[in-house]
Design a protein around this ligand. Structure first.
Ligand code: ZN
Length: 326
């Protein structure tokens, strides 16, 4: 707990030499994303379960398998904040096969992305390979126009991929216990839990029940003070952009400082805010406010001994301290 009175002198109130971008959004220590492949009809039920909890999921579509009449449904989900990702053109090609031509890979990956973009009115930003199968060449094609590819493993020992299916000879209770344990591990390690499922309640490939999903999400909510749950793309973007920027602080006066996330970030992908935390040095007996580059108020909070607020890469946030008024 900070002591003293910083007398509304900004570099006495906050340690301006030690700003950080928090590991996950809003200072959360871990993240969870839920992905459902192949666009089964029970996706409507899945989406409703997430929406009832104020959450959003990711749905990976097979472009050529979506009926004309169904695109309006997917547009509606996208408008509500769910992610619609790309899961290939046909789902008929095993993309680890070394004899595949570049043309086939281009059709399965890039042409599929264009079809989904035309039908949806927004470009799918992430890709998921059918059966998680890919070669280095297929991965390179996927990364030409997508920002991230969902994988079983990434170069991060805190990553946990969980199957939401009924395979592997487990009962539903055993499966639930396993995925809950994987989530708890990711939270403890400060990592990213990614679930991969299909449909629910008898629909699609090896479906779990909607009760399984509800029971798991209820368990996940017990971690909500530490856990950020969002779509695959939103978490992938935060993780990627966080490594490409650092907060740079310029003191403008004794009561003002400007913070900017600088670095060689990808401006096409790093379009969403990251959370900045600045350690509190001494208690402020007044108030702290923040404004963005066009003067709009930015919410601030003091959490765990830090001042926290959001900023978009490349744009300024000005923080100001003022003395107590009476
Ligand atoms: Zn699939």
């Amino acid at each position: 707990v900070p002591s003293g009175d910083c007398r509304a002198i900004i570099d006495r109130c906050f340690d301006l030499t030690a700003p950080q971008v928090t590991r996950y959004k809003n200072g959360k220590q871990a993240a969870a994303s839920y992905t459902f492949d192949d666009g089964y009809s029970s996706s409507a039920r899945i989406a409703a379960i997430f929406e009832n909890k104020g959450l959003r999921a990711t749905f990976y579509l097979v472009a050529s398998a979506v009926a004309d009449a169904d695109w309006a449904f997917w547009r509606g989900l996208a408008a509500k904040g769910h992610e619609i990702g790309n899961h290939s053109m046909t789902h008929q090609i095993v993309m680890s096969d070394p004899v595949l031509t570049n043309q086939v890979l281009d059709t399965e990956i890039n042409a599929s992305q264009r079809v989904i973009e035309q039908r949806l009115g927004r470009k799918p930003l992430t890709f998921a390979f059918p059966w998680h199968q890919y070669s280095d060449r297929a991965m390179a094609v996927a990364m030409q126009n997508h920002f991230s590819v969902r994988k079983l493993d990434i170069d991060d020992s805190t990553y946990r991929f969980a199957y939401f299916d009924q395979e592997h000879g487990r009962t539903q209770a055993e499966s639930l216990q396993l995925v809950n344990r994987q989530l708890a591990e990711a939270v403890t390690l400060g990592g990213w839990f990614v679930a991969g499922g299909h449909g629910v309640d008898g629909d699609g490939w090896s479906p779990v029940t909607s009760q399984f999903l509800i029971d798991h999400l209820n368990y996940a909510q017990t971690f909500s003070p530490q856990l950020w749950t969002d779509t695959y793309v939103n978490v992938a973007r935060y993780r990627q952009c966080r490594t490409q920027v650092r907060p740079v602080i310029t003191t403008a006066s004794s009561s003002h400082a400007t913070v900017r996330l600088s670095g060689s970030f990808n401006p096409a992908f790093c379009t969403e805010p990251l959370t900045i935390a600045i350690p509190v040095r001494e208690a402020l007996r007044g108030q702290v406010t923040a404004r963005d580059a066009i003067g709009a108020a930015v919410p601030v909070s003091i959490v765990n001994g830090t001042l926290q607020f959001d900023a978009r890469p490349g744009s300024d946030v000005t923080i100001q301290v003022s003395g107590a008024t009476r």
